[in-house]
Design a protein around this ligand. Structure first.
Ligand code: FAQ
Length: 307
């Protein structure tokens, strides 16, 4: 009975737009849902460093290399803010990381695709950071204080990432026929996986009901996906890129772009661990963890001597 009263008071707070802070009472499910979602988000930022990290040594100029290096470092920072935000819910970062390494925790499907050409740095910045911004601008207004505040700062940095990606593609599209073909080929590979970043269709999204009721999510997976498509079409057209969907068409009745069917079989296959790079990504994270153990041991030994 007492729990019911607390839950009602909690829902009233949410409904009237009051932000929940770490020491406030919250239902166990709210805490669990946030830990699941925020930790998967933090893992995505960290695993997301790998596809772009692959091109740091092969960037086509010193300027491109510096920008890419700064972007990849920003993603590490985003991971750390979100891990810190998750720790306010009573979990330890090392346990969350252990869940990633054991394969128990998920991270965004998009980072299981390979980066085969320099144009992929453009596609990631434009499409992947672009999709992340659409999702995270909503999360910046979510009901949990530490998460929403982390999102505000992260979105500012993602905007720079998004613009640098678009600029890479715009530059390639003004280049030689080979450069234009490279940009187009990259978009052909990244478009559909970028749409999958928003998660399954609303009717197949088991977590959305609770998350929307608690204002963690303020819009559904399909609504955000549609917003991303609408804004991408015109940006693509402006620099001469074609999005690889023959069904993409402006619908005068809805005021949105209609689009073709998403290959959900591919999506579920990737999130089950069978995407093109899942094994490679997890191995890279596990190796980084074991190779960095001596640093953590040294830091702990130093701290215990100087406390
Ligand atoms: N990949 O019931 P729903 C970035 C899972 S950050 C993998 O709809 P929910 C920055 C989902 O976890 C990108 N798994 O789930 C960057 C659930 O499984 P579970 C990451 C996915 O939570 C840029 C199941 O499917 N952003 O890119 C995916 O309501 C460039 C059922 O799905 C965030 O994490 C997916 N795409 O909605 C870094 C934002 N979609 O856990 C480097 C925060 C769904 O029950 C370079 N997260 N699943 O076993 C969210 O907004 C939500 O969690 C969604 C999924 C929208 C991702």
């Amino acid at each position: 009975m007492e729990n019911e009263v607390l839950e009602k008071a909690f829902q009233d707070k949410i409904d009237s737009g009051i932000v929940i802070e770490p020491k406030d009472w919250m239902p166990d499910r709210y805490r669990k849902q946030l830990i699941r979602m925020m930790s998967q988000h933090a893992h995505s930022e960290v695993v997301g460093m790998l596809p772009e990290g692959n091109w740091i040594t092969r960037a086509p100029s010193l300027m491109r290399k510096l920008i890419l290096l700064a972007k990849v470092q920003d993603e590490a920072g985003h991971g750390l803010y979100i891990y810190s935000g998750t720790e306010t819910l009573g979990v330890m970062r090392k346990d969350l990381v252990a869940d990633l390494h054991s394969g128990k925790a998920k991270y965004s499907s998009i980072f299981n695709y390979p980066t085969l050409t320099w144009a992929d740095m453009g596609s990631i910045g434009w499409l992947v950071d672009g999709a992340a911004i659409v999702n995270q601008t909503m999360l910046a207004k979510c009901s949990y204080g530490p998460y929403s505040r982390a999102m505000i700062r992260i979105c500012k940095e993602e905007n720079f990432h998004n613009k640098q990606g678009y600029e890479i593609l715009a530059t390639l599209m003004k280049g030689t026929p080979e450069q234009r073909a490279m940009a187009q080929e990259s978009i052909n590979r990244f478009w559909w996986p970028a749409l999958m970043m928003f998660g399954p269709s609303d009717k197949d999204s088991p977590n959305s009901g609770e998350l929307i009721r608690w204002k963690v999510k303020k819009q559904s997976n399909d609504e955000l996906r549609q917003r991303f498509i609408d804004r991408s079409v015109e940006q693509a057209t402006a620099i001469g890129l074609t999005l690889p969907d023959p069904d993409l068409k402006y619908n005068e009745v809805t005021g949105h772009y209609d689009f073709g069917p998403i290959n959900w079989e591919e999506f579920y296959n990737v999130i089950k661990g069978n995407g093109p790079c899942n094994k490679q990504r997890l191995k890279a994270r596990r190796d980084a963890d074991s190779n960095g153990k001596w640093v953590r041991d040294a830091a702990e030994a130093y701290a215990s001597k100087h406390n």
